[in-house]
Design a protein around this ligand. Structure first.
Ligand code: ARG
Length: 458
């Protein structure tokens, strides 16, 4: 025990079970050891440790790290958390000099530093996974620039779009997710070490050099704030939850479109699951899991914010609750993303089925636009076409089956050239505006997407 001196009785066993965090914060071992090595060097620069003492300590920490990496670290019953575990083992290995490491440091600034370092690394991994997904989306989109499908609003057939356009919509969601997570990473890279328990350290620690040693970009400016600032964790949790929301929406589309009644897409066997009872079933479990697991990602944001909201200034033990949820959020998203990327990579788009789902009604807007081009105000054109649609429904005709003579009864402005309106390709090709669904616009969209990926790499 590192703090037993002032007590005459040992801690109650049940309290210990409640209080100990080693079971989950051992995941921070590499960051805890990196932070301690850098801190030992900072203490040497401050003249608190001799160069030799600092070396003994960093060598010892290296050995502790090796034990963790080899799976040979043996926790002691007194190891309350990762910080006490590493320090206890260090002292066992190097002797009393190890007891000098914690000079002027608190577990409060230590855990804040460790957790930030862990989150920074985890955010980089997620960024990479999101890029993989983006690349898969572009790859599929490029195959389907000319594949037409119904676009929906309110989940009702609306206008024809290209499948490439549908796929690329998720690229931009992932782009914003990456931006958001990179932004969170910048704010996580502020170093709290040197804040002590709450008031700062009295030793001459060069905090900027210490931060740089840890690869962090700046130092915190207020020790009270620094030891309890978990904004970086909340931001990461939110960024992951919103990423989950986007994956969940993609999943929902794929679940619908792979339903045989749509039949637009077929999931690869490797990413489908069967039923133990119904032999014919091909289920979209990975997508349902994306949708389902997003619930817990959202829960972790709520949980963390709720933990933070009532805290008095500086460190409180409530903050120990910050880790499990965020660890789980990262684990969840890191398990999910490669599967969704695989789903996209291997997705089979059934262009004939998509084509068959295109009904003339999806061209009603274009029919109104035709009248607009002939000089009719749009509101009036909307009304005229509405009446034509009603007529077609009553006569059980599709719009293109109505002959020109009948059309001219609705408006004098209809002419021979109306036939071109009933080509789905034309409806798509007309939407050439930036961000539109025409193949040329989507080609430009993909070029912009590639530029963005290249810029993020640079
Ligand atoms: N295990 C603790 C946590 O995760 C470390 C900090 C403990 N600090 C303290 N003053 N008890 O937050």
């Amino acid at each position: 025990m590192l703090w037993g001196g002032r007590f005459s009785e040992p801690t109650d066993d049940d309290l210990r079970a409640l209080n100990d965090s080693f079971g989950f914060d051992r995941r921070l071992y590499a960051q805890d050891i990196a932070g301690s090595m850098a801190y030992a060097r900072a203490l040497a620069r401050a003249g608190v440790l001799t160069a030799h003492e600092a070396e003994l300590i960093t060598d010892g920490l290296q050995r502790v790290q090796a034990e963790f990496e080899a799976g040979g670290f043996r926790p002691a019953a007194s190891d309350e958390d990762i910080h006490t575990a590493v320090e206890r083992r260090l002292i066992e290995l190097v002797g009393p000099v190890g007891g000098k490491l914690h000079t002027g440091r608190s577990r409060n600034d230590q855990v804040a530093t460790d957790f930030r370092l862990w989150v920074i690394a985890a955010l980089s991994r997620v960024d990479q996974r999101l890029e993989d997904l983006q690349i898969a989306l572009i790859g599929q989109a490029e195959q389907h620039l000319h594949t037409l499908m119904p676009g929906y609003t309110h989940l009702q057939p609306a206008q024809p779009i290209t499948a490439a356009h549908w796929l690329m919509s998720f690229f931009w969601m992932a782009a914003r997710d990456r931006e958001r997570l990179q932004d969170a990473r910048r704010r996580a890279a502020v170093c709290p070490l040197g804040s002590g328990a709450l008031a700062g350290t009295p030793f001459a620690i060069d905090r900027a050099a210490l931060a740089a040693d840890l690869g962090m970009v700046s130092v915190s400016q207020n020790s009270l704030d620094a030891v309890s600032d978990r904004d970086f964790a909340a931001e990461a949790a939110f960024g992951l939850a919103l990423t989950g929301v986007h994956l969940s929406r993609l999943a929902e589309d794929i679940i619908l479109y792979s339903n045989p009644q749509f039949g637009f897409i077929t999931l690869h066997d490797r990413y489908s699951t069967g039923s133990s009872l119904m032999p014919q079933k091909r289920n979209a479990d990975p997508l349902e899991l994306a949708r389902g697991k997003t619930g817990r990602l959202i829960g972790h944001v709520t949980g963390l914010l709720t933990t933070l909201k009532g805290l008095p200034s500086a460190y409180n033990k409530d903050l120990q609750e910050d880790k499990e949820g965020l660890f789980d959020a990262f684990d969840t998203i890191e398990r999910l993303l490669p599967v969704i990327t695989g789903v996209i990579h291997t997705l089979q788009l059934n262009s004939e089925r998509m084509r068959l789902a295109l009904a003339d009604e999806l061209l009603a807007t274009d029919l109104a636009d035709y009248l607009v081009e002939k000089g009719m105000p749009f509101r009036e054109a909307h009304h005229v076409v509405g009446r034509i649609v009603r007529y077609a429904a009553e006569k059980r005709l599709s719009l293109s089956q109505i002959d020109l003579q009948t059309l001219t009864a609705f408006s004098e402005r209809f002419g021979e050239d109306v036939a071109a309106v009933f080509q789905f390709e034309n409806a798509v090709n007309r939407r050439r505006v930036t961000g539109g669904t025409s193949p040329t616009a989507v080609q430009a969209q993909i070029a912009a997407a590639r530029d963005l990926l290249a810029a993020l790499k640079a």
